[in-house]
Design a protein around this ligand. Structure first.
Ligand SMILES: *Cc1c(COP(=O)(O)O)cnc(C)c1O
Length: 386
């Protein structure tokens, strides 16, 4: 999937297969049983584009959208998205009044934050839809077991005052990507207890939710009313290497590619790129690829990086620069303008984002979300939404 070679064609491009997102969401829905699916489209849809990713996920059967910060939720509303949107991370001073006005669900992590949301609701004259966050053992955001009864009681009072409507109770799993990790069972038990405490305090949350991609795929008991997959909707395996994802195959939606800017023959024994960390061992052809760490190509990849170029896999030669890197193609026949694929779905033999993640000592999430704004997104499988 590359654009036609034509004048004005981009020199580096990130192709996004929206049909893959639709099909991945449909497959995940099939695994989620009766639970609804909230598609997580934070961080510009994991680099795939916020609005196109959201549209494809809704086509695939998602019934709501999850984002991190309010600005992402407002961008969805500005694009005409009317389905429920939940934004779960806000520092003090966030624009909760606008969230209420635009029907964006928000999270309350603490009594203080709930008070801030309630004040915004009072100013708006309309209740805020709030999901109370329980910290069930990740020690990230949310109320700990000790603080939970107080948060729940405050939410019940705010509900009686007409300032909030507790739409959900939720949490997040720390170790679901390692199936069998004992921390997950502990968190699920703590979550069930938190839900119970909320109900006994008189709250009636419609949506209890804790499952990310890994839990959606591997832990039926984590699904509750709603699942919140992110990475899997973009087609990447969320489990740590060595664990196979059960069920239907997911298809990576993103392909990162560029056109070779120059090729040249080099003799044996020359040092390539900054620091001369790579030395040619034979006469060889080097290809210059116009993508660098400013575009999200991880500098840490070193020589473990691999690309597909003229039908073969070749290694990255030397350090990745800000805007470009070199590939050692040996005696391969490669011309200026040829398409070099860094990663994609893998069905033409190209590496995947997971391969790049492993080569760079990171996770596929970081590879996808770091593709820079300089790289043009090209969409396949677009449908007119109207
Ligand atoms: C990012 C995120 C998700 C999605 O996680 P994946 O591992 O990508 O499925 C779900 N919930 C919360 C709170 C998140 O921050």
């Amino acid at each position: 999937m590359v654009p036609d070679e034509a004048a004005g064609a981009p020199q580096a491009f990130c192709t996004v297969d929206l049909d893959a997102i639709r099909e991945n969401v449909a497959a995940l829905r099939g695994r989620a049983g009766a639970a609804e699916l909230m598609a997580v489209v934070k961080a510009d849809g994991y680099g795939h584009g916020l609005v196109p990713a959201a549209g494809a996920a809704l086509d695939g059967g998602a019934t709501s959208l999850g984002v991190s910060v309010l600005a992402e939720a407002f961008a969805l509303r500005a694009a005409g998205v009317t389905v429920p949107v939940f934004a779960w991370l806000a520092a003090p001073g966030a624009d909760f009044r606008r969230a209420i006005a635009e029907h964006v669900d928000v999270a309350a992590y603490s009594v203080e934050q709930l008070a801030e949301i309630s004040a915004a609701a009072a100013a708006c004259g309309a209740p805020a839809a709030v999901h109370l966050k329980a910290d069930t053992g990740m020690w990230r955001g949310g109320a700990t077991r000790n603080d939970w009864p107080e948060l729940v009681a405050a939410a019940r009072r705010a509900e009686r005052d007409g300032l909030v409507e507790v739409a959900g109770v939720w949490s997040h799993l720390a170790c679901a990507d390692e199936p069998g990790h004992p921390g997950t069972a502990r968190q699920l038990a703590a979550f069930a207890e938190a839900v119970d405490v909320a109900r006994r305090a008189g709250l009636r949350p419609r949506q209890c939710h804790i499952a990310n991609s890994a839990a959606t795929l591997t832990l039926p008991e984590s699904r509750f009313d709603l699942v919140r997959p992110g990475l899997a909707i973009y087609g990447l395996d969320p489990l740590v290497p060595g664990h196979d994802v059960p069920g239907p195959r997911l298809r990576p939606a993103m392909t990162l590619a560029a056109r070779v800017a120059q090729t040249k023959r080099a003799p044996a024994g020359v040092g390539v790129s900054y620091g001369h960390r790579y030395t040619t061992t034979r006469p060889t052809t080097l290809a210059v690829v116009p993508l660098g760490y400013a575009d999200g190509v991880p500098r840490a990849v070193g020589e473990q990086g691999r690309v597909l170029l003229s039908g073969r896999i070749h290694p990255v030669a030397g350090r990745v620069c800000m805007d470009q890197f070199m590939v050692d193609v040996g005696d391969g026949v490669v011309a200026r303008g040829d398409t070099v694929v860094l990663y994609g779905p893998g069905d033409r033999g190209e590496p995947t984002a997971l391969d790049w993640a492993q080569a760079a000592g990171t996770i596929a999430y970081e590879i996808l979300t770091r593709v820079g704004s300089r790289v043009e997104r090209i969409y396949r499988g677009e449908r007119s939404r109207g």
